[in-house]
Write a protein that binds this ligand. Sequence first.
Ligand code: MRU
Length: 351
Amino acid sequence: MAEFHSKIKTIEWVDNYSKMVDQTLLPERFEYVNIKTGQEMFDAIKTMIVRGAPAIGVAGAHGVVLYAQELEKENLNRDEFVKKLLQKADYIATSRPTAVNLMWAVKKQKEVITNSKSDIKGIVQELKQNGIKLENEDIEINKKIGDYGAQVVPKGATILTHCNAGALATVGYGTALGVVRSAFANDPTIKVFADETRPRQQGARITTLELTMDGIPTTLITDGMCSYFMKKGMINMVVVGADRIAANGDAANKIGTYTVAIAAKYHNVPFYVAAPLSTIDTSISSGEDIVIEERSREEVTHINGKIICAPDVNIINPGFDVTPHELITGIITEKGILRPDYKKSIAEVKA
Ligand code: MRU
């Protein structure tokens, strides 16, 4: 079967709009949606039409271009244009709170705006070029992450992953699934166990789809099963993505990742986090400072529109948890694999 990751771009700038895979429809339907205004982009990020830290970073960058195109039509003078655009950029950055790639990419666009010497038309062009550059760089970075990560995948390994840190969480290729793809290219005996990842089931709906389309043997398990299979010796390593990594190596990822990391430590299974350097936020010293998104009760009370619990039951629904750095064997980046002491290795690589 044709390779999924080389066929699609999760998000792509086309002429004067952003085209993205609508991830809320997967796996039943594979459809693109064209996002033509800044507010549409804000809503697409918030409602998770586009999701996954690197993908929403690029979405944020495209959102700034969309707002710039709208403001260009308002006959503002340059100073007013810049002031309003910077406000819109800050607004886009609030569409989701945990994945720092969003704030990082919007900041990159804000730098383009403030450093530009061009007129309004020129600023819009520069923002467009930078959005496309961030888009293309993402795939290159993921391939480097994949190649570094493949070096630590044991021959014939079964790799457990949680959530979706694949082509669909990035522009293409993926971070954690980039490691799987690069390892599989060298060793076709590699297998994957994918956690379902409640409540939104990104593992079931998205990870199993993109891996099986690439012909990579994949077994879907529910979230509570990981320690059972680790005890049986059926999982040789864990690789997950990240939404934000603090200066000490604490890593936020989809809720349930922390549980997997504890189980991995107990069973002596190596636990790796794969992420671009843009996911490392050195402005925060530890995971304590990572804002955890609270999501709707319906994500927990319902599956596919059907209620699965007593209607009045209490619900708490944090979207992410933080895996403490002492549970992480290595952080796989485009500049190599960072090892403990993370305070030191992160400071060196981010210098
Ligand atoms: O809520 P989501 O689906 O955006 O969360 C995604 C994850 O937690 C991913 O594992 C993470 O963003 C890494 S993606 C390369």
